[in-house]
Design a binder for this molecule. Structure first.
Ligand code: TMP
Length: 250
């Protein structure tokens, strides 16, 4: 049993004190939740696959100059990250209608949106993460105007990069959710990408068949979640084949 200090436990991850000041260990659990944790299951191997996929994506984003909290993966389920002050927003970028935008605005799932749309949700489980506008965000000081500009620019850059990355392996990026934080470096503060980027936080459809390769398999009881995540990891070249990806997770 590890005796290190737990800093925070979320629905799919745990944060522990890191080896040096200003660092944390991010642990990926196998738990899957949906609808604000009304629905819960443990899906063997999910944490291992998300750790690897998020490592791959964060590393590539770092390489193109998107600042992220990711430092390095330390084992199958854990990564070393920079400690941030989390901005209490869920930033969703949408390319194709699905999920809550389809429900809220009556746009059929699968319709291409006229352009990429960025939405902000206030990160508050008790309130069910309500949709908010830039007015709310700046009025209530959840983020400054400058930070919102940075977040918007970074979110769109991440979207361009991910659309290309997934498009290259026959996957359509329908939408995804990002979180950001503040990294203090002496007098300076930087807006940095936090959390994870994985099939838990993206909608990913096979480009040929529209098969769902993301957490909607759990939300909609479609089954085969680990297999779908293993498929994503394999197409990205993280594993040789889906069987070795699944073996790694079990
Ligand atoms: P939504 O259509 O339910 O608003 O979800 C938009 C995207 O955000 C989708 O890719 C799933 C992701 N998401 C999360 O990562 N966490 C959440 O709590 C929610 C509601 C959505």
């Amino acid at each position: 049993m590890s005796r290190r200090k737990k800093i925070y436990e979320g629905k799919a991850k745990v944060l522990y004190e890191g080896p040096e000041p200003g660092t944390l260990i991010q642990y990926f659990k196998d738990d899957a939740t949906a609808f604000n944790a009304e629905k819960h299951a443990v899906i063997e191997g999910k944490g291992v696959l998300n750790n690897r996929i998020s490592e791959f994506i964060m590393t590539n984003l770092n390489a193109i100059g998107v600042p992220t909290h990711f430092i390095r993966r330390v084992n199958m389920r854990e990564q070393l990250i920079h400690e941030l002050e989390i901005i209490p927003l869920e930033v969703v970028v949408r390319n194709v209608a699905a999920g809550s935008i389809s429900k809220r605005l009556g746009i059929p799932e699968g319709d291409q949106l006229p352009r990429s749309i960025v939405e902000f949700y206030f990160k508050n489980d008790a309130l069910g993460d309500p949709l908010v506008s830039e007015e709310h965000i700046t009025a209530f000081n959840w983020a400054s105007t400058q930070e919102l500009d940075d977040i918007m620019a970074l979110a769109l850059r991440v979207n361009d990069y991910l659309c290309g990355m997934f498009g290259g392996v026959g996957i359509r990026l329908i939408d995804f959710k990002l979180e950001f934080g503040r990294m203090y470096e002496g007098e300076m503060v930087r807006t940095v990408l936090a959390d994870e980027v994985s099939p838990d936080s993206c909608r990913l459809w096979d480009a040929q068949t529209n098969k769902k390769l993301d957490k909607d398999r759990f939300r909609q009881d479609l089954g085969g979640l680990s297999e779908a995540y293993a498929e994503v990891a394999t197409r990205l070249g993280i594993f040789r084949d889906p069987n070795s990806a699944l073996a790694e997770g079990s």
